[in-house]
Design a binder for this molecule. Structure first.
Ligand code: FMN
Length: 248
């Protein structure tokens, strides 16, 4: 695929958070995994495993577990710095009927930290670097799944709450995943029920720097704050269901 085709796919890949319940064929799921397994990873350790969750009883349990910790995550949001503006506090709908509950397939990406023994010693003995290399490989495989999904006309969504201690522990227990393995994140897949909103983007020239840049070439704290506030509001909007109101 040439550059234009790649750029088109990359722009097409968006978080789409409402799904039609129509099932996905084994062939489509296999295509998503096929792309992901070609992802680059540190020292080619390929530290991943893919758990495909399709049975309604397991999907329901995962949704239930995430629902259990949601009140805590929402409560924590009230401790946010006041200058950031609106607190993330949606009306009841999201809790009662989370959009991804209707999606036909969840794929849990597991990392296997035992593979880290294969990394060069200078990485193994550096806690931060080792974790970065291992997580970066997993992130690549995860992103490849999203790109594959987009290329197949599917909607996909990250569900990072699956990485939290409680949810991770309970999901692993329910699905019989060995304790040594870690949940990196969960991707939800299905046919899209909506078009994603236009994406808020930073300017390319503002993020591109050449040679000896100097401090003035980068954003000031005020500029970072201004953008984070804007992006946050944009993101809250992107999570909102049609007709849903924001509680202030
Ligand atoms: C590491 C990571 C974690 C994310 N976690 C979530 C998540 O838990 N739930 C969700 O709906 N979106 C999640 N997202 C999606 C981002 O919100 C989204 O990529 C961003 O707002 C840009 O929108 P786009 O994906 O449509 O381009 C995550 C994205 C990344 C890269």
């Amino acid at each position: 695929m040439e550059y234009e085709g790649l750029l088109k796919l990359v722009k097409k890949r968006r978080s789409i958070r409402r799904f039609k319940p129509d099932p996905l064929s084994d062939e489509i799921i296999d295509k998503v995994i096929e792309v992901a397994r070609w992802a680059p990873s540190g020292f080619n350790m390929q530290p991943w495993e893919f758990v495909i969750v399709r049975k309604p009883e397991f999907k329901e349990k995962i949704v239930e577990l995430i629902g259990e910790i949601r009140p805590l995550t929402k409560a924590m949001e009230t401790a946010r710095e006041p200058w950031m503006g609106q607190v993330w506090k949606m009306t009841g709908l999201v809790e009662k009927e989370m959009d991804y509950t209707t999606a036909p397939v969840y794929i849990i990406l597991l990392g296997d930290p035992r593979t880290n023994v294969g990394l060069p010693m200078f990485i193994r003995y550096d806690d931060g670097l080792r974790r970065m290399i291992y997580m970066a490989g997993l992130a690549n495989a995860f992103l490849y799944m999203h790109l594959a999904a987009a290329s197949l006309g599917l909607a996909s969504q990250w569900i990072s709450l699956t990485h939290t201690g409680y949810v991770q522990c309970m999901i692993k227990n329910i699905l019989g995943i060995p304790p040594e393995l870690e949940i990196f994140d969960m991707i939800v897949l299905g046919y899209p029920a909506i078009e994603p909103p236009a994406k808020l983007m930073r300017e390319k020239k503002e993020m591109t720097h050449f040679d000896d840049c100097g401090v003035a070439d980068f954003r000031s704290l005020e500029e970072v704050m201004e953008f984070t506030k804007k992006a946050r509001n944009w993101n809250i909007g992107a999570h909102r269901r049609k007709g849903e109101k924001h509680e202030d």
